[in-house]
Design a protein around this ligand. Structure first.
Ligand code: NAD
Length: 473
């Protein structure tokens, strides 16, 4: 049993002032696996004070000193990969077959921020002026439960690379992963107060970060609904905000696509992270001329997908993170049927043979119109919708007919044609005949998928303010 009874403030593990205990549940078994004592607003204020006190010295460190610190963080986090893997599978239900990239994400994110820092010019000239990119101050970093350790390391490494100090508010649902990563970061030996980690409730600790006048910048990854609250509340002190929010990403299958080749990619993109991924490709746009052929192929392929015990290497999809998330997904499957869509695969309830755990049947709806709620709202589970279109122009129109714009996939035999479609899609990222990721490229959303960008020089610049200096003689 995990008993997590400390938070991390000013370089030390301390007992929180907050007294609430939160149960950690294994979503595969519904059994308690531990408890975490949650921080409260007072703990958060102490963490902010520590980060504020550490800011002047950290903001004056040299690029070389920050790179050295980030390298120590990278080594420390890399050394905890085995523990992190265990926590990801037990606490969060990540399938062992797919846990690899999630285990590597924290260290990879730190490595990417080192590259961005090495290449970043903090001083430029503009006409007769010098432009000095200066760190904003104390950053509040708020992360979701999916890939918790990766988001913590990505945001923290970028903030520190820029010369900011940080207060991190991870999700209470992923306290075990947070503990592993906090211990690793402590071992990296950074100056006290440079980073502080306070696990607590969003409406308590998160809200305090959002309102506190000593927080200059918020970097948030989570739902669009909470992102909007953060903008509202942080407006009072005009904080800079970066928001990485939800999505309803289209996967466009062009008329010349080879169905046998693209179906595995479609399912990989759609069921990524058991469907609990912001970038999951959940709206599949299919040429009407090839709809029947596509429906048969995807139905057959989904029958081969296993949703079950994440420890079994042949499980493709693990459980939903919590009962609440499971019920939400079940509600959307029910809604799809009520809206008149047809089930090609899956449906309500647990997969055959499973009687406990928050497992969902991998589900694909067809006869879907883009106006239906199952086509417009983020479900955050393994539920895909198939929407037919007449020609490339209609495919683009449907792809863009969404309030989101985080990611998109275009699949087709003619690369030029696929690229032409990709260029018209309103999305922070478009993948053409690939599911690859480029950590040096900007990542973020158009429309209600977010504000600003993470990764690369764009991510670094989001923690900096340009200062123009003109000198007379
Ligand atoms: P969430 O919005 O419920 O919570 C995210 C974080 O915000 C948690 O730490 C939570 O405690 C905190 N929070 C909640 N209320 C708050 C408030 N009032 N003030 C400040 N903080 C508050 O999201 P979740 O359920 O943890 O994660 C799933 C969501 O995250 C999905 O919508 C998904 O698309 C999104 N997401 C986006 C990305 C991306 O990069 N764009 C990546 C992963 C997940």
């Amino acid at each position: 049993m995990q008993r997590i009874d400390t938070i991390y403030i000013n370089g030390q593990f301390v007992t929180p002032h907050g007294e609430e205990w939160f149960d950690l549940i294994n979503p595969s078994t519904e059994e308690a696996i531990g408890q975490v004592r949650l921080a409260d607003a007072e703990d958060c204020r102490q963490a902010i004070a520590a980060a504020r006190a550490a800011f002047p010295a950290w903001s004056r460190t040299t690029k070389a000193e920050r790179i050295a610190a980030l390298r120590r963080m990278h080594a420390a986090v890399s050394s905890r990969a085995a523990e992190l893997r265990e926590a990801l599978i037990t606490e969060y239900g990540a399938p062992a077959s797919q846990a690899g990239w999630m285990v590597g994400f924290p260290a990879d994110a730190i490595a990417a921020s080192i590259v961005a820092l090495e290449n970043f010019e903090f001083t430029e000239t503009a006409g007769t002026a010098q432009v000095i990119h200066s760190p904003l101050g104390v950053a509040g970093l708020i992360t979701p439960w999916n890939s918790d350790a990766g988001f913590i390391c990505n945001k923290l490494a970028t903030a520190l690379a820029a010369g900011c100090t940080a207060v991190i508010k991870p999700s209470e649902l992923s306290a075990w992963q947070t503990r592993i990563v906090t211990e690793a970061l402590h071992e990296a030996g950074l100056p006290a107060g440079v980073f502080n980690i306070v696990t607590g409730r969003g409406d308590v600790v998160g809200a305090e970060i959002t309102r506190h006048p000593d927080i200059a910048k918020i970097s948030f990854t989570g739902s669009t609904a909470v992102g909007k609250q953060i903008v509202r509340h942080s407006a009072e002190t005009l904080k800079r905000v970066t928001l990485e929010l939800g999505g309803k990403s289209p996967t466009v299958i062009l008329e010349d696509a080879d169905i046998a080749t693209v179906v595995p990619m479609i399912l990989q993109a759609g069921f990524l992270n058991s469907g609990q991924a912001c970038i999951a490709g959940t709206r599949i746009l299919v040429p009407r001329s090839r709809l029947g052929e596509f429906e048969s192929a995807i139905a057959a392929a989904v029958r081969q997908i296993r949703s079950g015990d994440p420890r079994q290497t042949d499980s493709d999809i693990g459980p939903m993170v919590s009962r609440q998330q499971w019920e939400r997904v079940q509600g959307y499957i029910r809604l799809g049927v009520e809206e008149g869509a047809s089930l090609l695969a899956g449906g309500e309830g647990r997969p055959d043979g499973l009687h406990r755990g928050w497992f969902v049947r991998p589900t694909v709806f067809t006869d879907v119109r883009n106006t239906m709620r199952i086509a417009r709202e983020e479900i955050f589970g393994p539920v895909l919708v198939v929407i037919p279109y007449a020609d490339d122009a209609e495919a683009v129109a449907l792809a863009n007919d969404t309030s989101y714009g985080l990611s998109a996939v275009v699949l087709g035999a003619d690369q030029q044609r696929a690229m032409a479609v990709a260029r018209q899609i309103e999305s922070g990222r478009v993948l053409v005949n690939t599911l690859a990721h480029e950590p040096q490229a900007p990542f973020g959303g158009f429309k209600q998928s977010g504000i600003g960008r993470e990764m690369g020089r764009w991510g670094l610049a989001a923690f900096l303010e340009p200062k123009t200096v003109l000198a007379g003689c």
